[in-house]
Ligand binder design. Structure first.
Ligand SMILES: Nc1ncnc2c1ncn2[C@@H]1O[C@H](COP(=O)(O)OP(=O)(O)OP(=O)(O)O)[C@@H](O)[C@H]1O
Ligand SMILES: [Mg+2]
Length: 340
């Protein structure tokens, strides 16, 4: 059983926190309809409402200039938390402060300093070319002409989108659109950026470019960024610190490096055999994690004994090929959730 720890740097005296929440909660109440026609008819006079506690007392404290990964399985409450922090959703209870503002009061001074980018939601005007949306945003956010020009130029180059700025947004590919969404969200140079799956559905090349772009934006602006992604690579490359939530509760808060080294006390040995092997033949050597067919297997072994166990397998099994690897961070996190 894996214990969860909190090794966050919240007591660091170097900077005032930019994002702070205390016992932040959000419940959704929805009416449940029984299936079928009869269920629909019954629902007319006896509605059963169900309460979903999407966020259950999340406490976070993020300092200026931090880029923090926000991880958790589907339905964990990540988007709901980001929506509360950006003022789109009103919490059921608890407190949130971002740059000293209460987000859901939606004060213009607050909105001018933040951005929320959602990979799964379109925010640009669909019928306009991106350039025209950018010009509208320039007016909305009152960005000066020189700043607008410099920022647009820089971001356009970094994301390699000069050629598509005058194409109607509806005609762009998903990746092109996402790049334009990022530019739109960052034209006013917000200090705090909430990124909800900015690379979802994109090819690897676009993911790399967007990551590089975000890294530069953050470094240049000393922006505070909260990033959710289902691609571990995003978080691994961009975030020193990660917060993991599940079922609306915070489970881990600390350096990404700690997460992997702390919890992966095993290594994985991948094996290909010359002839079929039984699972029971493998069990003396380690924990058989995968065995899709009798010729292939993946066995988890204690980190400290990985070389010894691999030697034993080579000596005792008809091994055609063998590799020893670290367990992937995604797997470590999956184990965390499974252990709960
Ligand atoms: N408007 C809503 N009404 C009812 N339930 C909702 C609403 N929005 C979210 N939920 C529920 O709250 C829970 C948390 O949802 P949320 O979108 O925050 O998860 P998530 O961590 O972002 O998941 P994913 O990784 O799939 O994006 C889910 O069980 C979801 O079904
Ligand atoms: Mg989400």
């Amino acid at each position: 059983m894996i214990a969860f720890v909190d090794t966050s740097a919240r007591d660091s005296p170097s900077s005032d926190p930019v994002i702070v929440t205390r016992d932040l909660r959000k419940s959704f109440t929805s009416v449940q309809k029984e299936p079928g026609l009869w269920g629909g008819v019954k629902g007319l006079w006896s509605r059963k409402s169900v309460v979903k506690e999407a966020v259950r007392g999340v406490e976070v404290c993020v300092g200026a200039g931090e880029m923090v990964g926000f991880l958790g399985p589907n339905g964990a409450g990540k988007t709901t938390t980001l929506k509360m922090l950006s003022g789109i959703l009103y919490p059921t209870s608890g407190e949130a402060k971002v740059l000293g503002f209460t987000p859901f009061q939606r004060k213009p001074e607050f909105l001018r300093q933040i951005a929320l980018v959602m990979g799964q939601k379109q925010q640009l005007w669909w019928d306009l070319p991106a350039r025209e949306s950018f010009l509208l945003l320039k007016e909305i956010y009152d960005v000066s002409e020189p700043n607008f020009k410099a920022r647009l130029e820089e971001m356009t180059e970094l994301l390699d989108i000069a050629a598509i700025l005058d194409t109607q947004v509806r005609k762009l590919s998903l990746g092109e659109r996402m790049k334009c969404e990022l530019v739109a969200a960052l034209l006013h140079a917000p200090q705090v950026v909430f990124l909800d799956e900015p690379t979802i559905g994109l090819d690897v090349v676009s993911q790399v470019r967007i990551r590089e772009f975000l890294r530069r934006y953050q470094a240049r602006n000393r922006a505070t960024i909260l990033l959710t992604s289902h691609y571990m690579q995003d978080v691994k490359e961009l975030c020193e610190r990660v917060i993991i939530i599940d079922h609306g509760e915070k489970m881990f808060d600390g350096p990404f490096a700690d997460l992997v080294s702390r919890y992966s006390d095993e290594k994985q040995v991948r094996l290909t055999f010359e002839r079929p092997v039984n699972k029971t033949d493998l069990e003396p050597f380690g924990r058989v994690a995968e065995m899709p067919d009798p010729l292939h297997a993946m066995v988890r072994v204690p980190r400290a004994e990985s070389a010894k166990r691999a030697g034993e397998m080579l000596a005792n099994l008809p091994v055609a090929d063998i590799t020893i690897d670290e367990i992937e961070a995604d797997e470590v996190i999956r184990q965390l959730f499974a252990g709960r």
